[in-house]
Ligand binder design. Structure first.
Ligand code: BG6
Length: 492
């Protein structure tokens, strides 16, 4: 495969929070894989920065451990690991003071002023504006600087606007890359291909033919050492405001005029602005909040949220289900049921489009029930697409109908490794391609929909309902969809 890979231009990636969890689990392994595939040019560097005192050698040892833990052993060869580690450097930098910045600047200047400088904020959002302003005022930015911002961008509309404005004081919007790693996932990309590179679906992709859409992002893990952050966020801010709303947009948007950053983001913005408002008047009817209790996960007993947190009480939700609606011509009357949660039955994310029932059956009752067609796009695990159709059961014995999938499991069909979303996104930053990144107005529009829900929960003291770890969430989530005569799609 590597013969098809086009190297990117030479760059310095400067990772603030370079020795943190994200760098360890995602960024360093992703950059290693791109290097392994020959995409990173000779001389390109990765520079870790944080307030911890580390030498270059310490940082390489940290990276070596990260690769050992998060890259499959078969992909680690001594030569490629050595080449990758040699690209790494580290500078101790104080985000809130001037300490270390001169040293970082002189390291950058050693390589000249004309290479791409990508500054990655893998730090708490509280530090974004301090770092952004120092990059500029202390002369670290050059003509080819890009700024990569991890979520969460704010914790409500007001703080998001404030943060965007602060970043905007130092960087042009075309230099800012707000990451939502769901947009880099293979199946999410494929959704675009499926919709806009085929004639088959687009004519059916509207309220005349689609009955409803379901989006599930289920995790079996709990807090994973992120209690401090998670207990200020909850599932709504952590998953719905960004990842899930992005998926809703990609399913629902109008065909953009081109696969171009602004054309695509203009269409996503229209969807976000068309979402039917949920507030105090309807919140109890169309939303569900849950919090996991003790139970079983991955074959072992697990604790409840409060025990994981080590606190006697918390009103933070670890599960959300919502019946969302889009008020536009294409989607009026088509519910989008979304749900996400931690400590659910299994790790499974999928988008399911269920088409309307046939208007009239010509078959006798003995043929069996004619089920509705479904298109199931599986994001993880086992990425792939299944189109469920009715066919005749083969053989004599009269007409018997069966619901079967046309199955395209990517790993089986293409025999390739499925790259992590960060691999694509990190290289898109270098390529200067913002298509898969969130624009400022998009982030703010998403908060505009989310804020009234959060406020209504608070105003009504709508506390999360307990659910047993290892299940599919609170029973009211099942009621949410069954009230409409529908059921959550059972993963097969
Ligand atoms: C992150 C959230 O953005 O996405 C995490 O902060 C969550 O809480 C993660 O676990 C899920 O990502 P993925 O790619 O494993 O589905």
């Amino acid at each position: 495969m590597s013969s098809q890979i086009i190297p990117v231009e030479i760059f310095d990636y400067i990772v603030f929070g370079g020795n943190g969890d994200l760098a360890e689990r995602k960024l360093l392994p992703a950059l290693y894989h791109r290097d392994l595939d020959g995409q990173i040019p000779a001389g390109a560097r990765i520079i870790g920065a944080s307030r911890t005192a580390l030498s270059d050698e310490d940082y390489r040892a940290f990276a070596q451990k990260a690769l050992d833990s998060f890259v499959p052993a078969g992909d680690l060869t001594p030569t490629s690991v050595e080449r990758f580690l040699a690209r790494l450097h580290y500078r101790q930098v104080d985000a809130r003071g001037d300490g270390g910045w001169a040293e970082l600047k002189s390291l950058l200047d050693e390589a000249g002023d004309d290479r791409i400088r990508a500054f990655y904020m893998a730090v708490s959002p509280a530090l974004f504006s301090d770092i952004a302003s120092r990059i500029n005022t202390l002369g670290l930015a050059n003509e080819r600087t890009r700024l990569v911002v991890e979520k969460p961008v704010g914790r409500d509309l007001e703080s998001a606007k404030r943060l965007n404005a602060l970043i905007g004081e130092h960087f042009r919007e075309d230099q800012v890359f707000r990451i939502d790693h769901y947009l880099g996932k293979e199946t999410v990309q494929n959704l675009m291909a499926l919709r806009f590179a085929n004639m088959l679906y687009e004519p059916l992709w509207n309220s005349a033919f689609v009955d409803h859409v379901q989006i599930t992002v289920a995790e079996s893990v709990g807090l994973e050492g992120r209690a401090g952050y998670y207990n200020t966020a909850g599932a709504m801010r952590d998953m719905v405001q960004n990842h899930i709303l992005q998926l809703v947009c990609l399913v629902a948007l109008e065909p953009p005029s081109a696969m171009d950053a602004d054309a695509l983001r203009d269409e996503k913005l229209k969807i976000l602005r068309s979402l039917k408002r949920i507030d105090d008047s309807n919140v109890e009817h169309v939303t569900v909040r849950g919090q996991y209790r003790a139970g079983a996960s991955n074959g072992g007993a697990v604790k409840g949220y409060l025990e994981d947190l080590g606190e006697p009480s918390s009103d933070i939700e670890t599960f959300v289900a919502i019946k969302a609606e889009i008020n536009n011509w294409r989607w009026a009357g088509v519910p989008f049921y979304i749900r996400t949660g931690k400590r659910l039955s299994e790790r499974m994310s999928e988008i399911v489009v269920t088409f309307r029932p046939i208007p009239h059956s010509i078959f006798e009752g003995s043929a069996g029930h004619v089920q509705q067609n479904q298109l199931v796009m599986r994001l993880q695990p086992d990425e792939g697409v299944k189109q469920w159709l009715m066919i005749k059961d083969p053989g004599p014995g009269g007409m018997r109908l069966r619901h079967v999938p046309l199955d395209m499991t990517f790993a089986e069909s293409f025999h390739v490794r499925n790259p992590d979303a960060y691999e694509r996104l990190l290289m898109d930053v270098i390529r200067g391609n913002q298509t898969l990144f969130m624009r400022r107005d998009e982030v703010e529009a998403a908060w505009e929909w989310v804020d009234p829900i959060l406020k209504a929960w608070e105003g009504r003291s709508m506390k999360p309902q307990g659910y047993t770890s290892g299940t599919w969430g609170p029973s009211s989530s099942i009621a949410l969809i069954e009230r409409d005569g529908r059921t959550w799609h059972e993963p097969d």
